[in-house]
Design a protein around this ligand. Structure first.
Ligand SMILES: Nc1nc2c(ncn2[C@@H]2O[C@@H]3COP(=O)(O)O[C@H]4[C@@H](O)[C@H](n5cnc6c(=O)[nH]c(N)nc65)O[C@@H]4COP(=O)(O)O[C@H]3[C@H]2O)c(=O)[nH]1
Length: 684
């Protein structure tokens, strides 16, 4: 492990220990050397003094050649801890005396450095009356000095150990004081980097560099925190924007359901898994019936509410695994995955029709719509996604053509019917310019006077290629594509002009009834248009009856009420066609200015045998009488029906019994022959 890998505390401790040990060692060595030199010098000085004293004492012994007394003197040196040996030489240089006895000194031996570290040799001449009589050599050992020095050093060593321990303790304390904040800072940094929590702060109450470091660290965190907050809010904003784009790209704003893009993606997945797991999947296209009327009459806000309510109802009848999307204005689509038999899809379609047939309450009004559903199965019909969708569309159109509020499973034969519809549509667009439209008139006969009092004008379309086309086939198409407006105006103008011509020609007031489509009535200027057209023909307003179906009155809107009141006040008669078949609530009868009810031919057909038809017809007659309204019975085909209606005080009859709808010339005959049925009957 390298020094740089140690923590700061250990580094500091180690550096301090090494430097202290080095310094101490140097110090001890210096002290030891100085002590050694000093002691040695002191010893030399002492020995010199001693040798001089000894020399003076020995001078007499040498002079008198008294070796014994010299020996005694030398013996006294044994108390010196330093003196190793002493040799006294006489004048001739022979050993006179020594200590210890018989000891010799090699006087020729060279004094080396190493010798000088262990011994000290002192030479002192011995004189008597200024004459040298001998010499004294003292050899002293430094051993004792070394022992003293050793003891001294041992003492210093222990002192140093103590000082070292104290130093370590102090360093440790210092280190704790220094490194604690650093460790705290490091921990804080680690915590911040682990948790990304930039609101953390490291509080250090200190004004030194560490205090500055901590405050710098906190400031930096503060800045990062504020940057992070900005970044977070920017990221959030972007996320919202992305979500919003995703929402817009794949979801419908009004219903919050997935849109067409999403639907196509899900279809791909459903088809792929249907093939892989050998199960059926079903695509359902659900088109709302009469949604355009709601949209045109009640406005966009209410229709948006309606779409939302439809989406909720649809969601309630499907499984959570089914995918419901809004793929167009009033068009929804459903993907059902993992179904075993077609019957499962049929059950769902029935549930949808049932739930959407219930009235919707929007802004306090009851609104009725229905749905036409087309169903296509994968892989039974096809596994090609665009074709699958087209098949479901084809089936949906087929359901619509067959009277709406129903479902159809895709059949290949539907293609040809659809082609027929498209050719009908394009031919209808040219019908007016080509004068292919004409009117037939069906007489309405007063049941008391037996006189023809009026006619219902019914449009006919005679196309060179397609032949005579029934209004039940082309009026719904004209309504869908908006052509009903010019067609309706053509009918109104032609019928009023015809009635006026009959009036002028035969001096008789003939009432004329004209059907007014819902699409016509919702035009903002419909009242002005009707007034202008009728006025242009010269027909008195009181001779025109405007026939409306019950469904037109469903919205209870103020606009419809205003329009009908204006029409009524202008003198026109307002009549409800096919009464009793459409709208369950009859509250509109009181609200709107209605003059006449037309009993639907489905009730008349069962008269007088069918007890239900009898009861309903009687009830309608009673209702009309109570509300002071006139009654016209439609579809009167037999004398028995006519008799029943007469007995029950119905006012007017219209039907094949008197005449089918006929061209104007034949209708005129009817006026001339004063209700001679045989003249004009059955010409259609
Ligand atoms: N089985 C039977 N049928 C009888 C009898 N008497 C009359 N009818 C038929 O019943 C329909 C009566 O017209 P609607 O209820 O207004 O029903 C009309 C009306 O809703 C619509 N229509 C016809 N002409 C116009 C028009 O000019 N404008 C609008 N908006 N709709 C029209 O087309 C529907 C069908 O018209 P049409 O085919 O002319 O069929 C006519 C008429 O031919 C009878 O005794 N027995």
């Amino acid at each position: 492990m390298l020094l740089r890998d140690f923590k700061i505390g250990k580094k500091l401790l180690l550096i301090n220990l090494i430097s202290a040990s080095f310094t101490m060692t140097l110090l001890i060595l210096s002290i030891a050397i100085i002590a050694l030199i000093t002691n040695r010098n002191n010893l030399i000085q002492d020995l010199k003094i001693q040798s001089r004293i000894l020399g003076e004492s020995l001078s007499a012994s040498i002079a008198f050649n008294d070796a014994q007394s010299a020996q005694h003197l030398l013996e006294a040196l044994r108390w010196s801890p330093y003196i190793q040996k002493v040799v006294v030489l006489n004048r001739e240089g022979q050993t006179f005396s020594s200590y210890p006895l018989q000891v010799k000194i090699d006087l020729n031996q060279k004094l080396t450095f190493w010798n000088s570290l262990s011994n000290v040799v002192i030479q002192q001449p011995i004189g008597v009356s200024n004459q040298q009589v001998g010499q004294i050599y003292i050899v002293a050992s430094l051993h004792h000095i070394y022992i003293q020095l050793g003891k001294f050093l041992l003492l210093i060593f222990f002192g140093m150990i103590l000082a070292g321990a104290l130093g370590v303790y102090m360093i440790r304390r210092l280190q704790i004081n220094l490194t604690k904040p650093i460790i705290g800072l490091t921990d804080s940094m680690r915590q911040v980097s682990n948790t990304d929590d930039y609101s953390l702060r490291f509080n250090l109450d200190s004004k030194d560099e560490l205090g500055e470091l901590a405050s710098g660290f906190n400031t930096m965190l503060g800045k990062i925190e504020s940057h992070q907050a900005k970044l977070d809010s920017e990221l959030l904003r972007r996320k919202h924007a992305e979500d919003r784009l995703q929402q817009l790209a794949f979801y419908d704003e009004v219903t919050k359901l997935p849109n067409r893009h999403y639907f196509k993606e899900r279809m791909e997945g459903a088809v792929a898994s249907s093939i892989r797991y050998k199960k059926l999947c079903c695509i359902m296209v659900i088109d709302l019936d009469d949604f355009k009327i709601v949209n045109d009459t009640l406005g966009h806000n209410v229709s948006d509410d309606l779409l939302l309510a439809v989406a909720k109802r649809l969601s309630n009848v499907i499984r959570t695994s089914d995918v419901l999307c809004r793929i167009g204005g009033d068009e929804f689509a459903l993907v059902l995955e993992n179904i075993l038999i077609a019957e499962e899809a049929i059950q769902v379609a029935k549930k949808i029709i049932n739930t959407l047939s219930q009235p919707f309450v929007l802004e306090g009004r009851e609104v009725f719509i229905g749905a036409s559903i087309g169903v296509s199965l994968c892989p039974t019909d096809t596994a090609d996604i665009p074709i699958l969708l087209r098949n479901a569309d084809t089936a949906m159109y087929s359901a619509k053509n067959q009277g709406k509020n129903s479902y159809q499973m895709y059949q290949p034969e539907m293609e040809s019917k659809n082609i027929l519809r498209f050719s009908l549509e394009s031919a209808l667009r040219r019908a007016l310019e080509n004068n292919e439209l004409l009117l037939h008139y069906q007489p309405q006969v007063d049941l008391i006077s037996n006189q023809t009092t009026g006619f219902e004008a019914l449009v006919r379309w005679n196309n060179a290629e397609l032949g005579l086309i029934s209004p039940t086939d082309f009026i719904p198409i004209a309504e869908e594509i908006g052509l009903i407006i010019p067609i309706g105006e053509f009918v109104l103008y032609t019928a009023c002009l015809q009635a006026q011509q009959w009036r002028e020609r035969h001096a008789v007031d003939i009432n004329i009834s004209v059907n007014l489509s819902g699409r016509q009535l919702i035009q903002a200027n419909i009242v002005e248009r009707i007034l202008a057209i009728v006025e242009s023909t010269g027909l008195p307003f009181n001779l025109l009856t405007i026939e409306l179906t019950e469904s037109i009155l469903m919205d209870h809107s103020k606009e419809t009420l205003d329009k009908l009141e204006k029409l009524s006040q202008s003198g026109f008669t307002i009549s409800i066609d096919d009464f009793g078949t459409g709208y369950s609530s009859m509250s509109y009868l009181k609200r709107y200015p209605i003059d006449t009810l037309k009993i639907d031919r489905s009730f008349v057909s069962g008269l007088p045998e069918d007890a239900n038809d009898v009861a309903i017809t009687q009830a309608i007659i009673a209702l009309a009488k109570n509300l002071d309204m006139k009654l016209v019975a439609e579809g009167v085909e037999t004398e028995e029906q006519l008799e029943f209606l007469r007995v029950h005080k119905c006012d007017t009859a219209q039907g094949y019994l008197h005449s089918r709808p006929v061209v104007a010339e034949q209708a005129e005959q009817f006026i001339l022959n004063k209700n001679d049925r045989n003249v004009v009957m059955n010409n259609e």
